[in-house]
Design a protein around this ligand. Structure first.
Ligand code: IMP
Length: 429
C-alpha cells in the first residue's frame, strides 16, 4: 500500500481473488480496471463461496470502497445479477460499490457476435468466454462504443445505437445470416437496466484522485493475466484488454508513478483454459496433470470448462515478472503439490533443437517449444494447516526460494487452501 496492484502472471485463474480478499483487510479501496464478465474470481468465506465476474472482491468487506474502473466493459445484466446475489446473502453493496461512468457498455449484440464468430471458426475458435469481450473492446476502439455516462441519456443512446446498429446489423445479417437487433427494443431494454445501474455510477477518475490525495490505501485487483494481455500476452490467443500492470493507469486513472507495490500471482503449477490451439509450453496430458486438475479443482469459474494443467513454467513467469516489474510473488494452491514425489519446473525451452531462455514474442515459435525441466523433491506432507512461514516443510521452502531466485521476484505470500486463514505471509510482508 498505498497503491498495490495484484496481477496475474499467466493465463488468468492464478488465484488473484483469494489474495485480493486477504489484502483487502488493509485496504480502503479495491479497484478493477481490465476485462469484463470474462473474469472469474472465487472467494470463500466461512461456508459461502462467492463467484465474482465484474464486482471487485472488496465488496465482501464492510469498510472497503469498490470501484469498477473505466477500463472494464460492463455487461449491465451481469453486474445487476451479481449485486442481487450479494443482496440475497444479506450484503448490500450500495454506498460501497461504484462504477465509473466512463466504462463502456457491453451490449447484447457483443455477446451475440462473440458466439457467432467462435461458431464460425469452429475448430479454429479461440475458446473465448463468449461474454462479448472482444467485440465490445473492438467497438470501443472503432469509435462505436457507448459509455455508461452517455447511456444515461436516452436521446444520445438512441442516436448512437442507431449509427452502431447500421454496422452491427449489416454484419449480423450479411455475414452471419442472422436477425438484426431492433433499435426500439434495445433502447428500451438498455434504458430499463440503466435506471437500476444509475445509483452506482460515479466519476471514477475523480474518486481515484480524491483517494490518492487523501493517502487512501488502494488495492488494484487485476483480471486475467499477463499472458492474456493483448500486447504482452500470447497474441492472438489473448483477451482484449491490457491484463498486465500496464492496463492499470489506462483502466482506472491511477498515474503510473503512484503505484507503489506490484504483486505477481502464480499458481504453484500452470494452467490454461479455453484456447485449445493456443500455446501452453508446459501442458501435460498425463497422470501428473490429471492429479493436479483433480486436487486443484481446475475447472473454469466462468465457463466450468476443465483447465489444461502442467508444471510451473518459470520462463513464462520470469517474463511476466519483468513485464510488470513485480516486487514480489504470491504463490497460490501450493498444497495441491503435497502428494508428489517429484515436482518439476520449466527453466528453458527447446526450439528447433536449440536451447532458448527467453519467452518468444510470436505464437508460431511458442507453439513449437518443448519445456526443459528441473526436477525438485516433493515434500509429501499435508501443508494445509501451516500457520506460519516457518511451519512449511524445508522442501516446500526450497521450492519457493527457487521460484524467487529464478524469476527475480521473491515469494512472500503462499496460499495453502481456499480459506482466508490459509494464507501465509513471510515476515515483513
Ligand atoms: P475472452 O476474454 O472471453 O474474449 O476470451 C479470450 C481468451 O481469454 C480465451 O482463451 C479465454 O479462455 C481467456 N480468458 C478470458 N478471461 C479469462 C479468465 O478470467 N481466466 C482464464 N482465461 C480467461
Amino acid at each position: 500500500m498505498p497503491v498495490t496492484c495484484v496481477i496475474g502472471m499467466h493465463w488468468g485463474d492464478e488465484g488473484k481473488g483469494g489474495i485480493v480478499d486477504t489484502l483487502a483487510d488493509n485496504a480502503d479501496m479495491v479497484v478493477r480496471c481490465q476485462g469484463g464478465a470474462n473474469a472469474g474470481h472465487t472467494v470463500h468465506v466461512g461456508n459461502t463461496t462467492y463467484k465474482f465476474h465484474l464486482l471487485p472482491c472488496g465488496v465482501l468487506r464492510e469498510n472497503v470502497q469498490n470501484l469498477i474502473g473505466h477500463g472494464v466493459v460492463v455487461d449491465l445484466e451481469k453486474v445487476l445479477e451479481e449485486i442481487d446475489t450479494l443482496r440475497s446473502h444479506g450484503i448490500d453493496p450500495y454506498g460501497r460499490l461504484f462504477i465509473s461512468n466512463r466504462c463502456q457498455v457491453l451490449m447484447p449484440y457483443h455477446k451475440k457476435l462473440d458466439g457467432l464468430s467462435e461458431k464460425l471458426l469452429d475448430k479454429g475458435a479461440l475458446g473465448t468466454s463468449r461474454r462479448g469481450i472482444g467485440p465490445c473492446y473492438a467497438d470501443k476502439v472503432s469509435y462505436r462504443g457507448i459509455r455508461l455516462a452517455d447511456a444515461c441519456d436516452a436521446d444520445f443512446l438512441r442516436k448512437t445505437l442507431k449509427k452502431n446498429l447500421l454496422v452491427t446489423n449489416a454484419l449480423l445479417q450479411h455475414a452471419y445470416g442472422e436477425k438484426p437487433f431492433d433499435l426500439d427494443e434495445l433502447v428500451e431494454s438498455t434504458t430499463a437496466l440503466m435506471t437500476k445501474i444509475k445509483p452506482f455510477l460515479t466519476d471514477g477518475l475523480a474518486m481515484i484522485h480524491k483517494a490518492l490525495k487523501a493517502d487512501k490505501r488502494i488495492l488494484v485487483e487485476g483480471a486475467q493475466g499477463t499472458l492474456l494481455d493483448v500486447d504482452y500476452g500470447t497474441y492472438p490467443f489473448v483477451s482484449a484488454s491490457n491484463a498486465s500492470v500496464h492496463g492499470v493507469s489506462s483502466g482506472c486513472g491511477i498515474p503510473e508513478r503512484k503505484i507503489t507495490t506490484i504483486i505477481g500471482v502464480t499458481k504453484a503449477y500452470s494452467t490454461r483454459v479455453g484456447a485449445e490451439a493456443g500455446p501452453f509450453p508446459t501442458e501435460d496430458r498425463g497422470p501428473d496433470a490429471e492429479l493436479i486438475r483433480k486436487r486443484g479443482k481446475e475447472y473454469g469459474t466462468t465457463t466450468g470448462r476443465p483447465r489444461q494443467c502442467g508444471w510451473l513454467d518459470l520462463v513464462a513467469t520470469r517474463y511476466a515478472v519483468e513485464v510488470n516489474d513485480v516486487d514480489y510473488l504470491a504463490v497460490s494452491l501450493l498444497d495441491v503439490l503435497d502428494v508428489f514425489d517429484t515436482i518439476k519446473v520449466c527453466e528453458a525451452y527447446e526450439l528447433d533443437g536449440r536451447r532458448i531462455e527467453a519467452f518468444p514474442a510470436g505464437c508460431a515459435e511458442l507453439m513449437r517449444v518443448k519445456p526443459i525441466y528441473r526436477s525438485m523433491p516433493g515434500w509429501k506432507t499435508n501443508i494445509t494447516g501451516c500457520k506460519k512461514w516457518e511451519d512449511l516443510p524445508a522442501k516446500a521452502l526450497s521450492y519457493l526460494e527457487h521460484i524467487g531466485k529464478f524469476t527475480g521476484a521473491p515469494v512472500k505470500i503462499v496460499r495453502l487452501g481456499p480459506e482466508r486463514e490459509q494464507t501465509v505471509r513471510r515476515l515483513g510482508t
